[in-house]
Design a protein around this ligand. Structure first.
Ligand code: 2AM
Length: 179
């Protein structure tokens, strides 16, 4: 199965990002991600089997133990790829608690021999893919308020012609709710 570990977003922030994406959808063309699929990836594992998923869960539990919620502070829009065909995302400030969480998770996965995409961690929430950006600046937009993530989740990703379907396989709690 195709998997990744990500932070789930608090409901208020998710709703605010849906509003932001709605504004953007009026200004750029692309395949917008449905709100229920928003997440912030910490490690993309790709294809793994049952044994590796058990080890990944153990790594998540080890890293989540004793850790509190992680602050998510949206910083602005960014893109991967060329302006005529890019991925459009909402960037999140790489505060130490978030960067350390990703680093510790990746180290705990590596300790168990689990491979993952080793690209440097750039915290972001993908809003749309196959985006064609207009020339010039996008008009001012309302960005979501900072909030705290309380769940680190192992997701199974099933790719379909209509888009990816994400199913939570395991959730590690990051302390109490503090939104
Ligand atoms: P993206 O949103 O920037 O594409 C599920 O695909 C999640 O894992 C997405 O958040 C995706 O980031 C991320 N991801 C990281 N590395 C990936 C890779 N090599 N292939 C697919 N998705 C990857």
């Amino acid at each position: 199965m195709r998997t990744f570990v990500a932070l789930e977003l608090p409901d208020t922030m998710r709703a605010e990002i849906v509003d932001l994406a709605r504004c953007l959808a009026g200004r750029v063309t692309g395949r917008f991600v449905p709100g229920e699929n928003y997440h912030l990836t910490l490690a993309f594992l790709g294809e793994i089997g049952e044994a590796e998923s058990r080890d990944a869960i153990a790594a998540m539990d080890e890293v989540a133990a004793g850790r509190g919620p992680v602050r998510l502070h949206p910083t602005g829009l960014g893109t991967f790829g060329k302006p005529s065909d890019c991925t459009l995302w909402l960037g999140v400030e790489p505060v130490p608690e978030l960067v350390v969480l990703a680093e510790e998770l990746r180290a705990a996965l590596a300790d168990r021999g689990i491979a993952f995409d080793g690209k440097p961690f750039r915290p972001h929430i993908t809003l749309a893919r196959r985006v064609r950006l207009p020339k010039g600046e996008l008009a001012p937009l309302a960005f979501p308020e900072p909030a705290h993530a309380t769940r680190m989740t192992l997701f199974k990703s099933t790719l379909t012609p209509e888009g990816a379907i994400y199913k939570p396989l395991y959730r590690a709690e990051l302390g109490g709710a503090e939104n």
